[in-house]
Design a protein around this ligand. Structure first.
Ligand SMILES: Cc1cc2nc3c(=O)[nH]c(=O)nc-3n(C[C@H](O)[C@H](O)[C@H](O)COP(=O)(O)O)c2cc1C
Length: 317
């Protein structure tokens, strides 16, 4: 004998009994699962784009996908700026170039050359840029789930971006996510008001590359780590912390150490003369020697060993 469901639930047409008998009843057919897995695995950060225009219908589909993302407290903090204007794209590309140069200046020499060689974005070439913005003017305490994790609004926007990325690839489009900006440069370029942050720039277009592996991996910059190294069971496992990513920041030069120390001295004691330390080469490694100092006895000639190697020193960067 069949009975009417005792409690009608909005939208859910299944009963507890049905769910008990068929827990996987809302799974998608295997072919669709495979398609989803394939899109997730094949998604790439694209840096080379063809100039072909993108039909507005496709752009709208990407935005619909973005808008279906989960968001903290269903706050939907995202706003999307679709940039087609070539001049704005050219300025954004120039801003990214500036940051690439600045970043290269902080790296060791080999990494700096590699960074400058890499094509890191296709802002000029991609016919469309989508800038995802996050409205942050709402008090986090007023949003369910944000009082405790105030940045959850930004994570929500990142979920929207992932939806765009996957929806684009499934349709033959490519997306490149570029954060090589000073955030204030991007907000000022696009007239984004205070209290709204951007999450960078999404280049969107038909790709002029169909890579199977991440660009940074192909260029030997980084590699995907084995999943097993990153998964723990039940609690953080301190016994096997994952190795930190390789640092490419250049070691400080003797000159920069001298300058930083002088700066500190100047800050703490305004009467101290500007050049307190001088370089003195003793065999293999350079030494920093304290110059005569008006506040201390010059008889206690202080020397400190530079933490840098002689070869790093002679590089002069
Ligand atoms: C939050 C975020 C910011 C990123 N910013 C940049 C960027 O500024 N420039 C760039 O070349 N790639 C950027 N990427 C792309 C990554 O370099 C890329 O995802 C990574 O190398 C892995 O490659 P894949 O996306 O093809 O798997 C960014 C990715 C994410 C998730």
């Amino acid at each position: 004998m069949s009975r009417e469901r005792p409690v009608p639930l909005i939208g859910d047409v299944t009963s507890a009994a049905e769910r008990h008998h068929d827990p996987t009843g809302w799974a998608f057919p295997a072919v669709e699962q495979d398609a989803l897995d394939a899109v997730v695995a094949a998604r790439r950060d694209v840096r080379r784009f063809r100039p072909d225009d993108i039909d507005q219908t496709l752009v709208d589909q990407l935005l619909v996908a973005a808008h279906q993302a989960p968001s903290v407290g269903q706050s939907q903090p995202w706003r999307f700026i679709v940039v087609r204007d070539p001049q704005t794209r050219a300025t954004a590309a120039w801003l990214a170039d500036q940051q690439r140069l600045t970043q290269a200046d902080q790296l060791d020499e080999a990494s700096a050359c590699q960074l400058l060689d890499l094509q890191l974005e296709g802002i000029r070439e991609a016919p469309i840029g989508i800038v995802v913005c996050c409205g942050r003017r709402t008090n986090p305490a007023g949003v369910l789930g944000r009082a405790t994790f105030p940045d959850a609004d930004m994570w929500s926007c990142a979920c929207a971006i992932q939806n765009v990325w996957l929806a684009a690839h499934a349709r033959g489009l490519g997306v490149g996510w570029v954060t090589l900006f000073r955030p204030e440069d991007l907000t000022s370029l696009l007239g984004v008001p205070d209290g709204v942050e951007t999450l960078g720039w999404l280049c969107v277009g038909y790709p002029d590359e169909r890579q199977l592996a991440p660009g940074l991996e192909r260029h030997g910059w980084s590699a995907r780590r084995p999943l097993g190294e990153l998964v723990m069971t039940d609690r953080w496992n301190d016994a096997q912390p994952p190795a930190p990513p390789q640092s490419r920041i250049a070691a400080p030069t003797a000159a920069s150490i001298v300058a930083a120390r002088d700066e500190t001295d100047r800050f703490l004691t305004p009467s101290v003369p500007s050049a307190c330390w001088t370089e003195h080469s003793t065999g293999s490694s350079p030494t920093l020697v304290r110059r005569s100092h008006e506040r201390r006895s010059s008889s206690s000639a202080a020397t400190i060993q530079s933490p840098i190697s002689a070869s790093a020193h002679t590089r002069g960067r």
